[in-house]
Design a protein around this ligand. Structure first.
Ligand SMILES: [Zn+2]
Length: 517
């Protein structure tokens, strides 16, 4: 697949325009079919945006291509079930193009066809389609479940096949786990012995492997190494409430004293330096083929690359502070799990400590109130995420007994899709990460709370909806952190990039996910 050229072809093009073109292309095909189809298309033409009710409490404005489908589009999943590996893009079926082709390519050639088809329409035809416009409302309502329309085969089939592919083989997993555990134990012991400020350091296993959400290979492990801090004062470092400076309250001697500046703030960068240095020293004594990855700008992790049984495993050791105090005020409007997991669970979780990791963005020597950005800490709730993803049901027994849901499957698929976009070296996908996928799912779970809305049998429908959620976030250039709503996780992406990503994902969604197959 000539992946590299793909994204660049659409660069410089107005993303909105390409979307309109795809719409036109669909329309052209539709008009060849029958009069009634024209009605739908014409109405769609006059409605670039249509309100669709996707949830009783959540009315959203969706763009036409995401929510209004022609009968032909509704049959798309049926095409994917034909036994072929991939589905032809909706506007290229006439040409018999395979999905290997740039999905945006056909979008470009469409306008002439549309003009042509529009020019042959008579006045009486226009009147007819306007009269029939009431049918559109019905069409819009039905689009919430495009995959279930008309098909007789299981619309989940394609996605189930993808999930199967993603399943980590059990023995592969245990082999990696053994090696990872040994390395992690050795490093922890070494730190405890050689760094007096690490005497009480403990390991918090977070990340996708431990959440059972690993996709593809068990090759990436995050190990959060935490230090408990009792008496600290946090000052927001950024306006969005995601970054903080950490001030030690007055105390007698403390092992962290050597990292404290004149203002009593803990210098994250200095701590990280010490931490990294010790890990570097322990590597040579490990019985595995381990190398230390070069330091990355703004990355709080010390990454080890391990070669084991012909596989490359990467282990991220992240230093963190465990803070036992009330969650910061910025979390006040976030973490809306009341209707989903209940008030009690919310209260219990909010009583748990939170974590700070020495992560900074932008220039490390940028200052604010005398604090350098490199000494700022980012707040982390990964322990809470892990817990609520594990106990994710509106009912306590979800996925434990008979009733299974597809929440985790949806997350795996979205993570994989984002990974695939990155693999394709799509410029815009650079800044995407699995946390965008996780956050999108958490918001979706908080909006569609019932387990029945995530029934395992509805995988295809739920995944389509989750992608529509993400597309909307992208088009609005806004994805609030689930815990700190004032932090926009799409900050690093400009409007144009967000639009292009949304277009790309929408295209995948409408064409049977060629990128996943
Ligand atoms: Zn479940």
């Amino acid at each position: 697949m000539s992946a590299r050229g793909r994204p660049r072809k659409v660069q410089g093009e107005n993303p909105g325009a390409s979307e309109a073109k795809s719409l036109h292309a669909t329309r052209k095909k539709s008009e060849q079919k029958n009069e009634e189809q024209k009605t739908t298309d014409a109405k769609a033409n006059s409605n670039s945006k249509i309100h669709v009710k996707i949830h009783p409490s959540q009315e959203v404005c969706a763009r036409k291509p995401s929510c209004v489908k022609t009968p032909e589009e509704q049959q798309t999943p049926k095409q994917t079930r034909s036994g072929e590996k991939k589905v032809a893009p909706r506007s290229s079926t006439q040409k018999g193009n395979s999905i290997e082709e740039n999905p945006n390519k056909e979008l470009k050639s469409a306008p002439e066809k549309v003009q042509k088809s529009q020019s042959v329409e008579s006045d009486s035809q226009k009147v007819t389609r306007l009269k029939k416009s009431s049918k559109v409302a019905k069409c819009v309502e039905e689009t919430d479940a495009p995959q279930t329309a008309k098909g007789t085969e299981n619309p989940n089939k394609v996605l189930l096949a993808v999930l199967e592919k993603l399943k980590v083989k059990k023995n592969e997993r245990s082999k990696s786990a053994k090696c990872v555990n040994e390395i992690q134990t050795k490093i922890t012991e070494h730190l405890k012995r050689h760094l007096n400020w690490c005497k009480d350091i403990s390991v918090l296993k977070t990340g996708s492997y431990y959440e059972n959400l690993k996709i593809c290979h068990p090759d990436e492990f995050d190990v959060m190494m935490t230090l408990c801090l009792e008496r600290v004062k946090l000052q927001p470092f950024s306006e969005d409430g995601a970054f903080y400076s950490v001030e030690m309250k007055r105390h007698t001697k403390h092992p962290l004293d050597k990292f404290i500046n004149d203002d009593n703030n803990i210098m994250a960068s200095e701590m990280l330096k010490d931490f990294r240095e010790q890990i570097k020293q322990v590597i040579s004594s490990l019985e595995y083929d381990v190398t230390l990855e070069r330091k990355k700008m703004g990355c709080p992790a010390v990454t080890l690359l391990v070669k084991e049984n012909g596989k490359n495993i990467s282990m991220d050791f992240v230093l963190s502070l465990e803070v036992h105090s009330c969650w910061p005020a910025f979390t006040q409007d976030g973490f809306n799990i009341e209707n989903w997991l209940g008030k009690k669970v919310k209260m219990e979780e909010r009583r748990r400590p939170f974590y700070l990791v020495p992560k900074y963005e932008g220039r490390g020597n940028a200052e604010q109130d005398g604090i350098m950005a490199k000494d700022a800490w980012r707040i982390s709730f990964s322990h809470v995420e892990k817990k609520i993803l594990k106990n994710h049901g509106n009912s306590k027994t979800c996925c434990e007994g008979g009733q299974k849901c597809c929440r985790k499957s949806c997350l795996k698929l979205l993570k994989y899709l984002l990974q695939r976009l990155k693999d394709e070296q799509l410029d815009e996908a650079d800044k995407l990460c699995s946390y965008h996928a996780k956050t999108t799912l958490l918001h979706a779970c908080a909006a569609r709370v019932k387990d029945s809305e995530w029934a395992d049998s509805e995988l295809s429908h739920c995944f389509q909806q989750l992608l529509r959620d993400f597309e909307q976030n992208l088009r609005a250039c806004k994805l609030p952190n689930f815990f700190i709503p004032s932090q926009n996780l799409l900050n690093g992406l400009n409007k144009k990039k967000c639009e292009r990503l949304a277009d790309y994902i929408e295209n995948q969604r409408n064409n049977g996910f060629p990128l996943l197959c």
